[in-house]
Ligand binder design. Structure first.
Ligand code: SAH
Length: 359
């Protein structure tokens, strides 16, 4: 069957996470199995985190052998794990074709968020981001995104729970739209990882067409837009590829998303010393974001080796910026430097792994 050949990776086995429940059911029925086996496999993989067919003892030994010959439960290899004292950790993951990506688990008191990569590398080339240093290598398949969540769950510290998933790792998720939505479906569906749409977020540089397609899905996914500058000229300096779309068009798409999903939009704004952190920038930003329910998330720059000349804004400048927005009636928060110990800012770990390998 063409479908099998197209999707087969690694030892000619089909990744389970590349299939919806009905696709798995159809494949199993075509191979002479009873339909409910698909549900049993889904339940084992997504509800119980079972990592080998051998552990699916509710299936016959012969069936388990047969399944193990045809399907793989995990295609990502954990190449490294970096722990932070607060329970956060980062995984360096090797894909079947030898490429590497990374995922982070960010722990807070009452929930845990997995930060998932959507591409190998990134085409956006933002000045301050390690992900785009070597450009885009390829899109991730849906199963490679779903398996990042499974891998994070495999490594959860005791007492921690995985409650949220955010597409804020390496890559521009809306540039890989079809695979992104397939992954979101498997993460969201009750037969899959069963995580509510409101706990799933997508962070994007802001392609208006992608934002509108996301709204068309009719789900309440949370949308975060990486703005980082309050005008097109400055944005072009910081985010050359993303700034090809004027901010006004992004705002129009964001407003549309907000109206159709009734979800507040988050605007992310990395604060870089002397570049975009001045009072005039705060005023311009405040004028930009007032029109519909939204909030601004200020993120002091996480220094990356790619841009040694960029520095985070000083704490006093961050506070001044925050206060100016608040005074203008903008809802604003400052993101704590979560995961800084584990180099959780975008692409930093992959960059380091690749550098280690280059040496
Ligand atoms: N391409 C998507 C998702 C990946 S980036 C996007 O742009 O939203 C996820 C977030 O991390 C973005 O807001 C990005 O701007 C931010 N980020 C990247 N490098 C950073 C750094 N060095 N310090 C702080 N935040 C960074």
């Amino acid at each position: 069957m063409l479908f099998y050949r197209q999707k087969t990776v690694n030892n000619n086995k089909l990744p389970i996470a590349s299939l919806t429940l009905s696709q798995l059911r159809a494949a199993l029925v075509a191979a002479g199995q009873r339909p409910f086996v698909a549900k049993q496999i889904f339940e084992a993989v997504y509800a119980r985190n079972v990592r080998s067919f051998d552990e699916m003892t509710n299936l016959s030994a012969a069936l388990r052998r047969d399944l193990a010959a045809r399907y793989s439960l995990r295609t990502l290899e954990v190449a490294g794990k970096f722990d932070s004292p607060d329970g956060s950790f980062k995984l360096a993951l090797r894909l079947a074709d030898g490429q590497s990506i990374e995922s982070a688990f960010l722990a807070t008191a009452d929930h845990g968020t997995v930060c998932v990569s959507s591409q190998v590398g990134c085409a956006m080339g933002c000045l301050f981001c390690a992900s785009g240093e070597k450009g885009l290598v390829r899109n991730l398949a849906a199963f490679e995104m779903v398996e990042q969540v499974l891998a994070a769950r495999d490594h959860l510290p005791p007492g921690r729970r995985l409650s949220h998933v955010t597409f804020m790792g390496i890559g521009e998720p809306l540039a890989n739209f079809d695979n992104l939505t397939r992954a979101l479906d498997l993460i969201h569906t009750p037969e899959g990882l069963n995580i509510g749409a409101r706990r799933l977020s997508i962070s994007t540089c802001g392609t208006p067409q992608g934002i509108r397609r996301l709204a068309d899905l009719g789900r309440q996914y949370h949308l975060a837009i990486s703005l980082h500058a309050p005008n097109d000229a400055l944005r072009r300096q910081l985010m050359p590829a993303a700034a090809r779309t004027p901010i006004a068009e992004i705002m129009a798409a964001a407003e549309d998303y907000c109206r159709r999903t009734t979800r507040k939009i988050v605007f992310e704004y990395v604060l870089i010393r002397g570049l975009n952190d001045q009072p005039a920038h705060a005023r311009e930003l405040a004028a930009l974001v007032g029109g519909f329910p939204s909030m601004v998330n200020l993120i002091p720059l996480n220094p990356v080796s790619a841009c040694p000349n960029l520095e985070p804004s000083a704490p006093a400048a961050v506070e001044r910026f925050r206060a100016a927005l608040e005074k203008s009636g903008v809802e604003v928060c400052v993101r704590r430097r979560k995961g800084a110990e584990v180099d959780a800012a975008c692409g930093q770990l992959r960059a380091r792994l690749d550098a280690d390998e280059d040496e």
